[in-house]
Design a binder for this molecule. Structure first.
Ligand code: ZN
Length: 200
């Protein structure tokens, strides 16, 4: 189909809530093809419809690397039905060229969605692999939530955006996630202990 233009952070469309797909029509299948073409053309791991200006609850992910065969997964009308655990995820986003920051994520997710043929499936991913984190990242796009809203260190994220000539953080959009934050702090403390032990 076509490689589409990706909206950049600062575009208010990225903050809109996307709509459910009522029918996996030809138009939606074309949208899926465009998402895949655009994601691969930009070497992305995932891409959500709102990032190309389409207000639908659709995203695609492919976590294959190097010589592995392509493995696109299409999610239409997804619903995260279970999430637990905690993991620190260093993330970027095609709407934030070159900028990366550490964000809070659940390590385990279970998601239900439809594939590009409208067949429903359930996928469970555990122990914080890239796929589990990508699912949460892309899912958020459907609700107008961006990865920097989950930043562990707001000031580091702020600096990273400035260094890449992106607009400043939208601090009022940051997600308050006290339970997850507490688990992440425990993880960070455990890492610090390990590091200091290594020094001896
Ligand atoms: Zn993104």
């Amino acid at each position: 189909m076509a490689v589409r233009k990706i909206l950049k952070f600062g575009d208010s469309f990225l903050r809109e809530k996307a709509k459910d797909v009522h029918k996996v029509s030809r138009k939606i299948q074309d949208l899926v093809s465009d998402l895949l073409d655009t994601m691969y053309a930009n070497n992305g791991v995932g891409l959500a419809a709102p990032q190309i200006g389409e207000p639908y609850r659709v995203f695609v992910i492919d976590v294959s690397t190097g010589d592995e065969p392509l493995n696109p997964i299409v999610f239409i009308n997804p619903k995260i039905i279970k999430k637990s655990g905690a993991t620190i995820s260093r993330e970027g986003c095609l709407s934030f060229p070159e900028a990366f920051t550490d964000v809070r994520r659940y390590s385990d997710v279970m998601i239900k969605a439809m594939d590009r043929k409208g067949r429903s499936f359930v996928l469970e991913v555990k122990d914080g692999p890239l796929l589990a984190r990508a699912i949460q990242h892309e899912y958020d796009h459907l609700d107008g939530i961006l990865f920097v809203d989950h930043a562990i260190n707001r000031f580091e994220a702020e600096e990273e955006l400035a260094n890449h000539n992106l607009p400043p953080m939208e601090v009022d959009k940051m997600i308050d996630e006290p339970e997850l934050a507490e688990k992440i702090n425990e993880l960070l403390e455990a890492t610090e202990v390990e590091e200091s032990e290594n020094e001896e």
